[in-house]
Design a protein around this ligand. Sequence first.
Ligand code: PRP
Ligand code: URA
Length: 209
Amino acid sequence: MGNLYVFDHPLIQHKLTHIRDKRTGTKEFRELVDEVAALMAYEITRDMPLREVEVETPVATAKCKVLAGKKIGLVPILRAGLGMVDGILKLIPTAKVGHLGMYRDPETLEPVMYYSKMPSDIGERDLIVIDPMLATGGSAAAAITELKKMGARNIKLMCLIAAPEGVKRVHAEHDDIDIYAAAVDERLNEKSYIVPGLGDAGDRLFGTK
Ligand code: PRP
Ligand code: URA
């Protein structure tokens, strides 16, 4: 069964508070999302495998460790997932990035996929699906279904704010997926927005309305 990990690091929580604040403008919102994404990437990569190497320091030979070179793939769900990509790439600069375009139909609230472009070796990579908001879970669950159809085997889901309903749906449809979030909020409202949430993540990131 997949797990839910909520990052309680003080820096993540502090920055998330400013992200939520409706007075935070587009520029600062974007910067903060970028910073929180980097901090979350730091936490999410804790279990990355290492291998031993030797290096010559100016003084002696040191037995050290380097990353074992696992291949990582980031898959932002457009649009809002894009806001977290650069922050993660600061820590994992060799990750390849696939894009999945998805929007919620305003009437049915069901996800509609309009774009997909993945690295060709998707089956060999550890994938991190990125979306700031996990609301009903429809978009994330559909994205994971698509990725599995394309051959993906190892997938994590990273979001800023999750609703309990979204966590439940993703785990109901994909019981192998670990979910990483900075917060789990109370509930969804009648329009399936997360309460208290942060509003519309795409609009706040890109200044649209
Ligand atoms: C938002 C968000 C998620 C989705 C979450 O995207 O970025 O992708 O809603 O909702 P769900 O869990 O109920 O599926 P939106 O559909 O607003 O598209 P956008 O990023 O292009 O604005
Ligand atoms: N999408 C958003 O951007 N915000 C929400 O609260 C729910 C879905």
